[in-house]
Design a protein around this ligand. Structure first.
Ligand SMILES: Nc1ncnc2c1ncn2[C@@H]1O[C@H](COP(=O)(O)OP(=O)(O)OP(=O)(O)O)[C@@H](O)[C@H]1O
Ligand SMILES: [Mg+2]
Length: 545
């Protein structure tokens, strides 16, 4: 039998064993790392699952590394684990490098001012040279307040199966997953979280921390922290999940001169990436054929945004009293889309346009792939009108605009054995409910329609978006999805057909596109139709510019 060289074991033992007991006399327990305000909030959080997201270079990773070091110091025999998808994400200028070269030396030697000069003497925290654990992963020993050592180590896992296998060997007391949105699935939360919290002798919270740049709302990370953590039935957030936007504004002074300007240049022609990397907004990438990809931007066209630059969850835009509510309609049997809009002159502090007219989309009703009868949907629309009127002090006349072809669409009436035309049917249902909602009579007006009118509507919409003449309420999630995802007809390989480029492809989004653009094309060809309906008792005609 071949003999194994004993010195290998000795070497391994030295690598795995903690260094000689640290010197505790030099520790300044009053010292803390200098953090930016939002970094500090995340640093202080005791939630089980803490996500820090935000634009590039905002300090997400740095703040969470400080949290790891504090945990290592405050607990006896803590195991802090950094997880990344690819090794190079940690080592080549990534989180591990940042820990070894910046964070630990700061805890030992002190915070620095903007010119790199020390402003204090640090905590005096001792840490070892980098060695390797039994799995050959980088490891650093960090002094703890019990006169012993805690460990910080880093592992990488390219895919979920690898992660499952690798994480089994660890019972960390705190974990930082860096670049979480680069990880393919929720396993990077569940498999890791299942290992956290079992380490003995840890007194503080055992947390799962993650940092990432935003992706789209379709990403699993968004789903976990924004959707699954919110219970619709009780309207409550699960307090185990915390998400913190770490804004770049707070970290400018720590970045090299020209860093942000360079990023801006880099993303100039990519509004989606710019929304994510420069504004920290969660936005999906429209496909290459998306009609409005170059002209629509959440940062520009959606209001109100919260301080994170994200469409507000609870606040919304209101219609302006004295201007008609214009309801763009695309009724149908299983697809129904209605847009509540206003055609507004410039209003200081409200509209981004300062001359001429522009559009506000403030509410929407969209039902797709669901059979709905007009006696069901019409009262819903009427309730919207009367509710908005109750919210706004001042007059809100109403104008309903639909497609002329809808006038000719014959379909069985929902309630009687007679048949009716869609628009006529809606008017009939409206009339029967009118008094209940205290509404005046209406006549649905047809939008101009002609060969090529669809392409004209696409062009008009692109123009409005480019000139910042349209704003969409943050509550209109379907409209937002439409602007991001409506695609043009596919081109045949090798030939470019300009008509196809301006023709929206059939999809769930097209109905709301129609509903929003019927009033818009009407405004250019027959603007008189958009003046408010006269009701002698309650409404007056509103003159538009
Ligand atoms: N509180 C701080 N004190 C000193 N330097 C800081 C602080 N916060 C961040 N920095 C520095 O700012 C730079 C960017 O920070 P960090 O790498 O944490 O950003 P990030 O948000 O993780 O970026 P990315 O989106 O690229 O992952 C780093 O050089 C980091 O050292
Ligand atoms: Mg980072």
């Amino acid at each position: 039998m071949r003999k194994i060289d004993e010195s290998v074991f000795q070497w391994l033992g030295e690598q795995l064993a903690p260094p000689a007991p640290p010197d505790t006399s030099q520790i300044d327990t009053t010292w803390t790392p200098r953090l930016n305000p939002k970094q500090q909030v995340a640093f202080d959080s005791t939630a089980r699952y803490v996500l820090c997201y935000g634009e590039k270079g905002s300090g997400k990773t740095r703040g969470l590394l400080d949290k790891l070091v504090r945990h290592a110091y405050e607990n006896n025999n803590a195991l802090c684990l950094i997880v990344v998808k690819q090794r190079s994400m940690a080592t080549q200028g990534g989180s591990w490098d940042e820990l070894i070269q910046e964070v630990l030396p700061t805890w030992r030697d002190g915070n620095r001012d903007r010119d790199g000069r020390f402003i204090d003497n640090g905590m005096g925290l001792a840490f070892s040279d980098v060695s390797f654990d039994a799995n050959r992963n980088e490891l650093v020993w960090v002094q703890n307040r019990f006169g012993g050592w805690s460990k910080i180590t880093v592992i990488s896992a390219l895919h979920a199966e690898q992660l499952r296998a690798r994480i089994r060997g660890y019972t960390p007391s705190i974990v930082l997953v860096d670049e979480l949105t680069s990880c393919e699935s929720k396993i990077y939360l569940t498999a890791i979280a299942a290992q956290v919290g079992r380490r003995r002798g840890i007194s503080g919270p055992q947390q799962y921390l993650a940092a990432c740049n935003p992706e789209g709302p379709s990403h699993w990370v968004y789903k976990v922290w924004w959707e699954e953590a919110f219970d619709d039935a009780t309207a409550r957030w699960d307090t185990d999940y915390e998400k913190h936007h770490i804004p770049i504004q707070e970290n400018r002074h720590n970045l090299p001169p020209g860093y942000i300007e360079n990023l801006e240049k880099l993303y100039k022609h990519d509004p989606v990436e710019a929304d994510r990397m420069l504004r920290g907004v969660w936005v999906d990438r429209p496909s290459g054929d998306s009609l409005f990809r170059d002209v629509f931007s959440i940062g520009i066209h959606v209001r109100p945004l919260n301080s994170d630059g994200i469409p507000h969850r609870t606040e919304r835009l209101c219609p302006i009293a004295g201007h008609p509510i214009i309801i763009g309609m695309d009724p149908g049997t299983v697809y129904n889309a209605y847009a509540f809009m206003q055609w507004l002159p410039p209003i200081a502090g409200v509209t981004p346009w300062e001359t001429d007219m522009g559009w506000l989309v403030f509410d929407e009703v969209v039902l797709t792939k669901r059979k709905v009868f007009y006696h069901q949907i019409t009262p819903v629309l009427m309730r919207f009108v009367s509710w908005w009127r109750s919210q706004v002090s001042g007059k809100l006349p109403q104008v309903w605009i639909s497609d002329t072809s809808a006038l000719n669409q014959f379909r069985p009436s929902a309630q009687t054995s007679e048949s009716a035309y869609d628009v006529l049917e809606i008017e009939r249902v409206y009339a029967t409910y009118r008094e209940r909602y205290g509404l005046e009579q209406i006549k649905i007006k047809p939008t101009p329609k002609f060969a090529g009118s669809k392409a004209v509507r696409v062009r008009l919409m692109s123009q409005l978006l480019t000139q910042n003449r349209i704003i969409i309420s943050s509550s209109c999630v379907h409209a937002r999805a439409m602007f991001l995802n409506l695609e043009s007809e596919k081109q045949k390989p090798g030939e470019f057909d300009p008509d196809k480029a301006m023709t929206p492809k059939r999809s769930d989004h097209i109905h709301l596109f129609d509903a929003i653009t019927y009033p818009i094309i009407t405004s250019t060809l027959e603007p008189q139709k958009l003046l408010g309906v006269i009701d002698e008792n309650t409404q007056t005609v509103v003159k538009s510019a």
